[in-house]
Design a protein around this ligand. Structure first.
Ligand code: SAM
Length: 200
């Protein structure tokens, strides 16, 4: 598959019918990670509208559509990753012989998150701590206005405390936390943390 090479370095490991993209966490990345994320999702996403912040190659956008989501919007700033997302979507549409209602926006989260309407769930996987400076306040404020359900992935308990405080001030409660191990192949020590914030 020539395109895979042309599309450069991959972050997400995605199975494209026999060809695995070589994501940085190693084999099984999306599969293992999505299994963990599904703990926080309803059994079906039928009829739901989902926003994926920093969606990268769009692996979780596709998984959400496969679980029945009505529409998924993904925002991705990096041009390579954005092109990968479009490529993966087209590949999956061929694989499943159906259209996937995923809209990718190429740009910075803080420039787009405000004008997209309401979402049933917002994904913020390994992204909030990449938003620099005062933009984070605007981004979290817009997230709080457009959803009651945020699922975020963090890299440390310090990040969890910081963003829990932020979302508490915006009317959310920490609903559940999950410590993830084994996401990095043989590296059993590095952990990630999934946290769900719910607005009552
Ligand atoms: C650490 S990766 C996480 C990717 C994906 N959410 C996941 O968990 O597999 C962060 C992604 O967010 C993108 N990104 C970083 N800052 C961004 C911003 N301000 N706006 C949009 N995308 C951003 C990066 O290009 C990258 O694809």
């Amino acid at each position: 598959m020539v395109e895979l090479v042309e599309l450069g370095k991959w972050y997400q490991t995605i199975d494209l019918d026999g060809q695995m993209t070589r994501g940085y966490r190693g084999k099984g990345d999306v599969e293992k990670s999505w299994k963990n994320i599904k703990r926080f999702l309803p059994k079906t996403l039928e009829g739901l509208r989902i926003l994926d912040l920093g969606c990268n190659a769009g692996a979780y956008c596709v998984e959400s559509i496969l679980m029945g989501a009505e529409e998924v919007v993904g925002i991705e700033a990096n041009e390579h990753s954005f092109k990968q997302a479009v490529f993966v979507k087209e590949h999956m549409e061929k694989r499943y012989n159906r259209e996937m209602n995923i809209h990718y926006i190429h740009g910075k989260i803080h420039e787009h998150v405000g004008g997209l309407g309401a979402f049933d769930i917002i994904y913020a996987f390994s992204i909030l701590y990449h938003i620099r400076g005062s933009h984070i306040y605007g981004v979290c404020g817009h997230m709080a206005k457009s959803t009651k359900n945020i699922i975020a992935r963090f890299r440390s308990p310090i990040d969890i405390s910081k963003y829990s405080e932020m979302f508490k001030r915006l009317g959310f409660q920490v609903h559940e936390e999950f410590e993830e191990t084994g996401l990095f192949g043989e590296d059993k020590i590095r952990k990630k943390f999934l946290v769900q914030f719910i607005k009552k």
